[in-house]
Write a protein of this length. Structure first.
Length: 108
């Protein structure tokens, strides 16, 4: 019997949370849910609402492909993570990021 993609959701979220260095309590507070609810998503196959899933994916910078197409063994590269973060920036922050990256490259 093949597992439903959402049966892997909890382990994907937990791994992303750990990689980001957040406790369950910290992440739950950030996305405005209870730690118990987050634990049930991570460990008990609880299916989150779309709103909660959206906030989790955004906060943990998870590629949607990782959740919806786990069979492709998608490797989330540092560049892809950076691109997702850049999409969250306003114009001022993008200018700062661009200048910083240019300075890093120029100083190689």
């Amino acid at each position: 019997m093949e597992l439903n993609n959402f049966d892997r959701l909890g382990s994907i979220l937990k791994a992303a949370r750990n990689e980001k260095g957040l406790t369950r309590e910290q992440l739950a507070e950030i996305i405005s849910i209870t730690p118990r609810y987050l634990m049930s998503i991570e460990n008990e196959n609880k299916k989150p609402s779309y709103d909660v899933l959206f906030r989790l994916v955004r906060e943990l910078s998870i590629s949607a492909d990782t959740i919806f197409y786990p069979e492709f063994q998608h490797v989330d590269t540092k560049v892809e993570q950076l691109i997702r973060l850049l999409h969250l920036c306003d114009d001022r922050e993008l200018k700062i990021a661009t200048a910083t990256i240019r300075a890093l490259i120029d100083n190689k």
